[in-house]
Design a binder for this molecule. Sequence first.
Ligand SMILES: Cc1cc2nc3c(=O)[nH]c(=O)nc-3n(C[C@H](O)[C@H](O)[C@H](O)COP(=O)(O)O)c2cc1C
Length: 358
Amino acid sequence: MKNNSPIIGLAPMDGITDEAYRLLQTEIAKPDLIFTEFVSAEGISHGGVKLYDTLLFSAKERPIIGQLFGKNPESFYKSAIILSELGFDGVDINMGCPAKTVTQNGSGAALIGKPDLAVEIIQATKKGIDDWFSGKIKVTDLSLNQKSLAVIERNKKYSVFDFVETHHDASLTTKKQTSLPKTKPTISVKTRLGISESIIESWASILLAQDLDFLTIHGRTLKQGYAGSADWSEIQKVVELAKNTKTKIFGNGDIQSKFQGLEFCQKYGVNGVLIGRAACGNPWCFNDYTATPKERFSAMLLHAQFFTEIFPNRRFDSLRKNFLFYASGLSNAKQLRSKLVRLNSIEDLLQLEADFQS
Ligand SMILES: Cc1cc2nc3c(=O)[nH]c(=O)nc-3n(C[C@H](O)[C@H](O)[C@H](O)COP(=O)(O)O)c2cc1C
């Protein structure tokens, strides 16, 4: 991670920021820091082999942080060892997800209401990273089944190869081998201001006492979900609290561009920002460029090529929601959307080339 200059990173987005999306983002305008979608700590440490697709990453995305959610400290211990073994630059703990499926289970933002458990989870994660790094424990000591160990090896193999050439018409298989470094992953938390109201000062004080490498605050409460606007004055309070700690503070919520991100770093004193929704359909928000319709089409095509190569068994229609964003603001947006929601293949997408010329 860059040392003192502001970090403009890509926020984790479940169902969106998969390996194909992140590769496209890296190709167009590389963020300073990238997160995976969240993945269940209980799932990956108990044989959830399919979940490892979420953890596929390429060397060119570095620095990349793997994000975990869950509620069981022992699962976080094991998962931290697994993520370290996979070569992640950091392990992030989700304490901010508002989805009912996650909070009802006591994970995500529900942990804001259980500070003792939250601390236990951070300590278990830290211990996992430390034990792996010191060589005290190996991934093969975790009693994982053979399928899990095999999929870990598959992911590691994938990560030491880097896509070096991308062609819009030819195969994407030209890859260069890089090495998987043994560096100590960072530890961090991403959270919200509170559950029904902001309790950020007391909550952040608890988190800051854990010696995190960085802490991301999304300036909304759990109750707010994604409604209203992010309260950056509350985020600024954490900057003050963190002054005498080693923890870097990243702000998050409603940032539209790198330009605005840098402005907010200056205005609110955060060490960086994460951009989420504004990057959907606009990967150029990380270099403040306004793409032409033709460039939007090329981006979708490249995304589709990455997707079909990396996830040959996934249904193409899961890309539709991503592509709908590319129509935003275009004069023929309505007509384009009605076509984009019917896409089933790259061939279908190629039929739309003429619609993205104006
Ligand atoms: C579809 C979607 C999925 C998300 N998934 C995650 C996730 O897996 N982990 C996480 O910490 N936050 C997740 N978030 C929250 C974002 O990381 C971010 O905090 C939020 O969108 C506010 O930032 P923004 O205004 O820049 O989008 C998700 C948000 C959206 C819209």
